[in-house]
Design a protein around this ligand. Sequence first.
Ligand code: SF4
Length: 231
Amino acid sequence: MSIKDRKIVMTKTERTQKILEELERLYPNVKSMLNFTTPFELLVATILSAQSTDKQVNRITGSLFKKYNTPENFAALEPGQLEEMIKGCGLFRNKSKNIIAASRVLLEKYGGEVPQDLECLMELPGVGRKTANVVLSNAFGKNAIAVDTHVLRVANRLGLADNPTPLGTELQLQEAIPPELWSKAHHWLINHGRKVCSARKPDCLSCTLYQWCRNAQEEGAFAWNNSKTKL
Ligand code: SF4
């Protein structure tokens, strides 16, 4: 076999590096799309964002936070009062109960401050691992990767992860990506999922990650089956 006939095989690390570089080039100025001015506002906005768009949430919090924006404010409310103000988003009854209950826990256990610790955050009503990671990363600047439906899908299609669960994917992304890029990588993957690599119809023909994408290269772009997800 001549040198010309040999295939140049990239290591996984090299491929990951190329993917991250390209994602950074595509999405240079990433930040949370949710509007907030304090960690507590981000916590409330992120709880509200489940099964709702960021746009819907920003519309609701735009007026909500003018009236109520501290744990003290929310802890004093009855669920019905808050429901009225957030009923533009999905699951508003549960969210109302959770926001009020979480505010009361913050007052009782943390002096009204949002804790900067994953486990403590996950003990708050309505706060799962994804929400906790969003708060740690966007409100406190900690290295964290929140795995939502976009991150799960795109990371697995690209081959940055190979795991159908959010937790498994998060841990594999933490292995593959340098910690200082975790928060940015979360935003990069969300942007790519929204703009190019959609759930139903990934636009592989125009995707500039095509040459490094595991699914596109090895199995066809549709091999990542969304039914595998546990979100
Ligand atoms: S090549 Fe296709 S499957 Fe791979 S990241 Fe791009 S759009 Fe998604």
